[in-house]
Ligand binder design. Sequence first.
Ligand SMILES: Cc1cn([C@H]2C[C@H](O)[C@@H](COP(=O)(O)OP(=O)(O)O[C@H]3O[C@H](C)C(=O)[C@H](O)[C@H]3O)O2)c(=O)[nH]c1=O
Length: 186
Amino acid sequence: MAQFEVIAAPLAGLKLIRRRCSEDSRGYFSRFFCADELNAAGFSEPIAQINQTLTRRRGTVRGLHFQYSPHAETKLVSCLRGRIFDVAVDLRSGSPTFLHWYGVELSANNRESLLIPQGFAHGFQTLEDDCELLYLHSAAYAPSAEGALHALEPRVAIDWPLAITEMSERDRQHSNLPSDFQGIEL
Ligand SMILES: Cc1cn([C@H]2C[C@H](O)[C@@H](COP(=O)(O)OP(=O)(O)O[C@H]3O[C@H](C)C(=O)[C@H](O)[C@H]3O)O2)c(=O)[nH]c1=O
């Protein structure tokens, strides 16, 4: 029996993954990752790195970040504590949904993850205090290949659910996209 429900999001390649769980009097069992099942959903390379973040303050935005080729990565983002509004922006050159964004609530309770293909910027806003996330990456962190999109980029106009309470200095300082930005090549 499939351990995951795979739901296509409106941006090509972006998937919402819902983890099934078996509950009994002790609690529940749930498979968090499965190379076979999630390969078909788009996580088609081995996991290279797994990162964890704690974000203490409700309303904080982290991101939006991505890596340029040849370090472009597929990400599986999950919220293990609290609730977040998770956002992916299509930056793929030539994509019919270029610069479109998609946001979804991920939480410890809904057991949903966002599977984000290469070529998307990723960021999120916490909807509660003390949110913990786990990220599975298909490529290693490559600071020299890191790109970013400002959370308030006017050409994307993400509708963040809350007023932004905190961002890193680095994220505050991302410049807006140049008017001739055509997207990233993969
Ligand atoms: C991403 C990363 C960062 N770092 C170092 C770099 C900084 O010294 C410190 C914090 O990094 P940063 O401020 O970029 O962390 P976030 O703002 O949470 O960025 C992450 O959150 C957004 C939403 C994402 O989607 C990315 O996965 C990731 O960029 O950890 C590492 O050592 N390894 C890593 O893989």
